[in-house]
Design a protein around this ligand. Structure first.
Ligand SMILES: NC(=O)C1=CN([C@@H]2O[C@H](COP(=O)(O)OP(=O)(O)OC[C@H]3O[C@@H](n4cnc5c(N)ncnc54)[C@H](O)[C@@H]3O)[C@@H](O)[C@H]2O)C=CC1
Ligand SMILES: CCCCC/C=C\C=C\C(=O)C/C=C\C/C=C\CCCC(=O)O
Length: 304
């Protein structure tokens, strides 16, 4: 059934341009009212004027707010509630390039997301309904692509956002029962926005070196609607060119279980190395698959 967009109020951070502008537009098209925020006031005001012409002044507003600032968060939320109504959707999107230093990356893209999320739990919780969509990145799931430690702040922040998002379904008391709030994350591959162009001016270099095209903002925008349609708490969707959205598994739980099983089997077999490496874990995984296959085949034979 999906989460209802029509008639709801949304906040989109970093909405002056790029993904945030596209998310704002799509939410408006689907009948939501949107308060988008940014620190770039000039571009923000221009986007506000364009969107108000298309969707009406009563449906979309721009608020200057820095996601690293608690007072800005409170006044953004207050203004959205006062002018548009109770907020039910928060898109934590604001971000900067990896080259701007690890502390700024963590302040804006991890602490900023944390500030928004905990304020949302407080405010949306009072209405017992809400959705938080965190814009992470492929760099939130995998790390060390660039082999440059200087840019790892981006990866640190995005990994943290995935950790926060995945904490939702299991948090006790369950956010859904206590607050009526779910969270999911989008993890796009490189996309053609100003953020990326400021990092790497010639995007064809990325396309050549990765043999993969960069995404368009429209492709990333569409995935927000899909995520709201699926409405799966804690889901982290990998967005990669020319494949469907991938609901990326939580490596921790699957690989954790397999690694422990490998250690247990080795111990039972009387072999206890100091550390188990991946070849051993994979070999045990394959062995378990073969065992399950034969158990299943025998059961099938016995039943029929
Ligand atoms: N472009 C790409 O290749 C990818 C981007 N992302 C993520 O998508 C999100 C949006 O980025 P893009 O649209 O690409 O970039 P963008 O540069 O077009 O838009 C980001 C917006 O965030 C705003 N912003 C920066 N610091 C802020 C702050 N402290 N408070 C409020 N607003 C602030 C900027 O002024 C800008 O308008 C970011 O979180 C980014 O990490 C994720 C994967 C790929
Ligand atoms: C070459 C870096 C690959 C990072 C993962 C792929 C795409 C992510 C794109 C973005 O999120 C936005 C653009 C720039 C991020 C740049 C570098 C991230 C550093 C990652 C690392 O080396 O660990």
């Amino acid at each position: 059934m999906g989460y209802q967009i029509q008639g709801n109020v949304a906040i989109v951070t970093g909405g002056s341009q790029g993904f945030g502008k596209e998310f704002t537009k799509l939410l408006l098209k689907k009948g939501a009212k949107v308060a988008f925020s940014d620190i770039n006031v000039e571009v923000g005001r221009q986007t506000e004027s364009d969107l108000q012409k298309e969707f009406g002044k009563e449906n979309v507003i721009f608020v200057r707010a820095d996601v690293t600032n608690d007072e800005d968060w409170t006044s953004l939320w207050d203004e959205a509630e006062m002018k548009l109504g109770a907020v039910a959707i928060l898109v934590n999107n604001a971000g900067i390039g990896a080259s701007l230093g690890w502390e700024r990356n963590v302040d804006i893209m991890l602490k900023g997301v944390g500030k928004g999320t905990f304020l949302a739990l407080d405010r949306m919780g009072k209405n017992m309904s809400g959705r938080i969509i965190n814009i992470a990145s492929i760099a939130g799931i995998a790390s060390g692509f660039t082999s440059k430690i200087e840019v790892s702040g981006y990866t640190m922040a995005k990994h943290g956002v995935i950790g926060l998002t995945r904490s939702f379904p299991r948090a006790r008391p369950a956010p859904f029962s206590k607050y009526g709030v779910k969270a999911y994350a989008l993890c796009p591959w490189f996309a053609d926005t100003q953020l990326l162009r400021e990092e790497i001016s010639d995007l064809s270099k990325i396309e050549r070196s990765t043999k993969t095209r960069v995404l368009t903002v429209e492709e990333v925008g569409k995935s927000l609607l899909t995520a709201l349609e699926k409405d799966k708490d804690g889901a982290c969707y990998l967005i990669f060119p020319d494949v469907p959205l991938i609901d990326f598994p939580n490596c921790n739980e699957n690989l954790f279980a397999l690694s422990v099983a490998a250690g247990w089997i080795l111990k039972k077999a009387g072999y206890e190395p100091d550390v188990i490496g991946w070849p051993v874990v994979l070999a045990v995984g394959a062995l378990l698959l073969i065992i399950f296959y034969y158990i299943f085949a025998i059961l099938k034979f016995m039943v029929w």
